[in-house]
Write a protein that binds this ligand. Sequence first.
Ligand code: C2E
Ligand code: CA
Ligand code: CA
Length: 593
Amino acid sequence: MGNNIQLLSALLISLPLVLAFGFLLGHWFRVYRERDKKTTLTLLSAVFDHTHDGVTITDKTGNIIAVNRTFTQVTGYSEAEVIGENPRLLSSGCHDAEFYKNYWQALIDTGIWQGEIWNRRKDGEVYLEWLTCKAVKNNNNEITHFVAVFSDITEHRRQEARLEHATEHDRLTGLPNTASILRELTKSLPNLQRQWCVLLLDIDNFRLVNSSYGFAVGDQLLNNIAKRLQGCCTKGLIARHSADVFIIAAPLASNSDDERLALINSLRSCIVKPFSILGRLMEFSFSVGATTWDNANLAINTVLQEAELALHASKSRGAGQTRFYSEDLRADKNPLAYLQGLREALGNNELALFYQPLVTAATGKIHALEVLLRWTHPVMGNIPPDHFIPLAERHGLMESLGHWILQQALQQYASWQKSGIAPPHIAVNVSPVEFQSENFVANVMAALKKHQVKPSSLELELTEGVFVQQDPSTLEKLEALSKHGINLAIDDFGTGYSSLAYLKHLPVNQLKLDRAFIQGLPENEADRAIVESTLALCRGLKMSVVAEGVENKEQADYLNRKGCDYIQGFFYGRPVDKDQTSQLLIKQKNAIT
Ligand code: C2E
Ligand code: CA
Ligand code: CA
């Protein structure tokens, strides 16, 4: 691309010049006889001196009869030094005899030669020029002179090379990047003698390194790993794939498990040794996902995807594991396969909010609407939130997803308020990952302000895990939200830590009893015991209780009898889209008035 632009611009600049010189020279000889010599020479010398291109004029035997100022600047030779010499004087030795033969042949056959040529300046430096040489003929069609116009494109070429390096390499480690290694690999397709083991190496818990020791330490670690990998994998290709993932492609002589394992073991033994970073000795564990490229018909991108699937599978088993790709990882439901889609889902309008009522047990009236996210994938159809939310959390998408959900939910709630049909509360689920964000409270407050929704209308549903982490910043955030008047609910209660003791000190208003304890009601004795004791405890703590997953009248009646405050479940209403929810709200309003 760069070459083409260079070529084009050189062509545009040099060709007219060469033609002009050719014309002027021809003209010169004609007018010489016509005694108009003086004007023409003045004209010629003006063009000669003011052009930024170097110009060399030789006689038909190739001896230089004139050069311009730029020639002198570029080559370092003065006019006196080159007059009478052959341009061979500038030869760099970079081109073979064949090259010059073709050059002269083209000049004689077509009258013009154009191309890149390496020459040598007087000081010995080799430079690259874009040269256009034209044979000048007299009226008898005999060659009388050659006019060569050239520009020094060495610096352009260097810039191109620098640009190429910058776009092909990772700035931090200097390693090639993914695109570059893939391109390199496609030049060495696998065959019977040589196959490739393509593996991804991921530093376990790298985020913690950055957050605990700072980015300088993280950067240093990445640099040290890159160097060590280069040292211990001399036969393979190495690239930085993403923040803390490296690609290694090593040649294999066979498709044997032993060879692959030996390769990975040698890599592991080289990088598990402690790293000395800013005066500290640190040890790390690594997850590896690997695959073999033994089929030249398989695109390298697909091979990389296989390694990614293997890495994902390896990480899901815990830190420090190695996993080889196998076909079962490529099932349609494979999370990674649709992760890319999730990144685009927001922009493509594939995500939508559904709403499910939480009903006051005693009256059957809607007390709140819980916001539930829906993803309709163009190919895979509906993907349940508990499949893709954990993925979004692991891959850093949850914060922006959570932000979008809150904005949409509050906008919708505000519009129901304007229509006079809004229930008292809107309940939004908050992922622990979102909650961890430093700006969480400020973001929630800003969203409420933007949509002019009172904080007391908002309920945030947080899972037990968030409350159990009793670190100061969690407590501070909970206190801040509560002080602003936002209601806090513990979601899925009973599935995690099942202890109410820690709730005493927390600003929580509501507890949502998980469906697991509701399903067996009213028959199951153990479930009854749990539900009844939870209700009693919450009464003492002045917390309201929501029973989740209520699917039939018996369950609803039982819970109502036992003093459960709110009921949510298919019995009262499934999650439905905003239009159906609007109808439900209108129906309820009409029933009341
Ligand atoms: P959750 O917060 O416990 O939400 C209640 C889940 O129970 C919903 O599943 C709902 O459709 C389902 N459900 C409600 N009533 C019944 C019932 O009577 N019977 C049965 N069998 N199920 C019932 P859904 O919508 O598939 O959501 C699953 C989980 O995904 C949610 O569990 C929540 O943890 C997460 N989630 C959904 N939307 C969001 C969101 O916007 N943000 C976050 N952070 N998480 C969300
Ligand atoms: Ca919930
Ligand atoms: Ca729940």
